[in-house]
Design a protein around this ligand. Structure first.
Ligand SMILES: Cc1ncc(COP(=O)(O)O)c(C=O)c1O
Length: 397
């Protein structure tokens, strides 16, 4: 069976150039970048080359990049590190209701340590607003963290406007850009952010490696204690092969981003239009305009997302029900809840997240399968509203 992978927001398949670079790094770079001998110094050079690539992708300086184990660690370091370092100035923090759990749970942990956290609401599209942020900023506010792009519905937040307001008020601004990097242009200067998280495996790099951008002079406390790696900012021997792989992924993303974005957006539109034309009782989530080009989150009334996911998987199509990290949990998505999605659609959402190697033929196949699976799943659901669930097609459509 030819399988179709439409779960790129969960993780992306590493690019061929990345696999090659990681394998070579593992085989050839036998030294520890902290060692003073030839092998150590050569590894150190590879590390610094990768740092330049990652910095170049987001418009940062190489020394503002800290390598670490991924988006989760980057978010933990940014949020806890800044809160702890600035606790004397104030203990009030702000985030949004639709963040990834790595952000939400970092703030929850700080609340237990006596910090006060304000969570900004979002509109029906999952977008927070500068208007809602402005009145909650106060003299004791030390950090605002709002994601650049949402992993479940793809909505882009007005980060540049929020960061500008925070700068005016002397409040530090962090953004979780894990889903945005490699899909939309990300530039730390244009965004005006102080800290930014990214993760290699979301843009065709390796899993288990990521980076945190920290603007020069931003005070924060390291969260990992040990050796002097990463200029004393993150202890632990660097995952050199992974970092080299992420450097290559960053270079590829810089070269191909416009082409990848246009390709995935075209396929996403085919998928969305196909669904809207063929199905009844469908809700599309996420902002119509401010949205990642590759992401489509749709709820099919009268179904359970899990059941659709399993049925699609049996036919070789991989999708997700909202965030991969919360799949398996019984709780409906906190993102859809924050968007006030009506109860009957909360568990009926599927996330299709497309990638550079998906094709038009694959989208046609997925539409065909949905047209078969959805009415079947609906007809089995107790109290289903639509026996067929498929619009009669005009001949030739
Ligand atoms: C928005 C967002 N932030 C953070 C993460 C966590 O990144 P990682 O898997 O590298 O720990 C993810 C992963 O799904 C994500 O989508």
């Amino acid at each position: 069976m030819d399988r179709i992978y439409l779960d790129h927001n969960a993780t992306t398949p590493a690019a061929a150039e990345v696999i090659e670079a990681v394998s070579r790094g593992l085989a050839e770079e036998i030294g520890n970048p902290s060692s003073l001998h030839y092998f150590g110094q050569r590894a150190k050079r590879r590390l610094e080359e990768a740092r330049e690539e990652v910095a170049g992708l987001i418009g940062a300086e190489a020394k503002e990049i800290i390598f670490l184990s991924g988006g989760t660690e980057a978010n933990n370091l940014a949020i806890k590190g800044v809160a702890e370092a600035n606790a004397k100035q104030g203990r009030h923090l702000v985030t949004s209701a639709v963040e990834h759990h790595a952000v939400l749970h970092s703030f929850a942990a700080l609340e237990k340590r006596g910090f006060e956290v304000t969570r900004l609401p979002v509109d029906e599209y999952g977008r927070a607003s500068v208007e809602a942020l402005e009145p909650v900023l106060r003299p004791g506010t030390v950090l605002v963290s709002v994601m650049l792009a949402n992993n479940e519905v793809g909505t882009l937040q007005p980060v540049a406007e929020m960061a500008a307001l925070c700068r005016e008020r002397g409040v530090l601004f962090h953004t979780d850009a894990v889903q945005a990097v490699g899909k939309v242009p990300v530039d730390v200067e244009k965004l005006g952010v102080d800290l930014l998280s990214l993760s290699g495996h979301k843009f065709y790099g390796p899993r288990g490696v990521g980076a945190l951008y920290v603007r020069k002079g931003v005070p924060y406390l390291p969260q990992m204690h040990g050796g002097h790696q990463e200029r004393n900012r993150r202890a632990g021997t660097e995952d050199l092969p992974g970092i080299v792989g992420m450097g290559v992924a960053a270079r590829l993303a810089r070269q191909h981003l416009p082409e990848w974005a246009a390709h995935t957006q075209r396929l996403r539109e085919l998928l969305q239009t196909g669904i809207e034309e063929r199905m009844v009782d469908v809700k599309i989530f996420g902002h119509p305009q401010y949205r990642l080009p590759n992401t489509l989150c749709a709820a099919f009334g009268g179904t359970e997302g899990e059941s659709l996911l399993m049925n699609l998987d049996l036919k070789g199509v991989a999708v997700s029900t909202g965030s991969a990290c919360s799949s398996g949990a019984i709780e409906p998505s906190h993102v859809l809840q924050a968007m006030r999605v009506p109860a009957e659609y909360l568990r009926a959402a599927l996330r299709f997240s497309l990638g550079k190697d998906n094709t038009e033929e694959q989208i046609a196949r997925v539409l065909e399968l949905l047209g078969d699976i959805i009415p079947r799943v609906r007809s089995l659901a107790p109290g289903h509203r639509e026996a067929s669930g498929v619009r009669p097609q005009a001949p030739g459509k």
